[in-house]
Design a protein around this ligand. Sequence first.
Ligand SMILES: [Zn+2]
Ligand SMILES: [Zn+2]
Length: 271
Amino acid sequence: MEKILISSGLIIAVLALTSLHNPKSLRKMGPGKEFTLTILYDNYKYEEGFKNSWGFSCLIEGTGQTILFDTGGNDGNLMHNFRAAGKDPGEVDMIILSHIHWDHTGGISEFLESRTGIEVYMPRSFPDEFKKEIESRGATPVLVSGARKITDNVWSTGEMGSEIIEQSLVLETPGGLVVITGCAHPGIEKIVEKAMEIKDRKVLLVMGGFHLLRTGTDEVEVIAREFRDKHIQYAAPSHCSGDGTIRVFKEIFGDKYLPLGTGRVVETGTL
Ligand SMILES: [Zn+2]
Ligand SMILES: [Zn+2]
């Protein structure tokens, strides 16, 4: 009996030590849910069988509601890529549009032909004609101004920026926050700061368009180092980030840089 007690005690001690020495298992102890993120529209390609053109769209599954974040441009590629990914547009519960640019909103008309009666979250400052157009296609515009909860474990940063108004998404996972941007016109650093204001947690992953196409390499390096110093675990710049930006993030984040592109599936639970 004594022997059994000693050995079970040992096992517990070993298990406790293993979890202490495995930062991943400790990270998983926070609140939130794991998500599956599928890139359905991007100018970068990740998998064969997908079509690419300038723009961005990401399908977010894992909360009770399936979210389509941005819709890419109006060239049929979004619907093609839905099929290529084996995803059903009919399963989408809501659309969230980051900003008015055509490469993020253009695909919505075609999408609403196959899936109607859903809510479309958009910055309040969107033009009235756009809101009317959405209504005429049987969907309901939901206007976002300040930071707000969208659904379980999902927040919008609310409208940010002065010239081009944009909202970004913040997901809460057990391992930390996931920040998803469309184009990041208000500035990728400001968006990350805002996300951490909404939820006082570390950032697990920042992904999407970083809008650093015309930013010099030195400046991009400063941003990437700052992100790493803030303990942002993973970075996945795509869309309007620029090839140079992607190279810099790859160099600074090493194996914590995640390549995106159409067909890429990120399971937050595996990070
Ligand atoms: Zn864009
Ligand atoms: Zn844009």
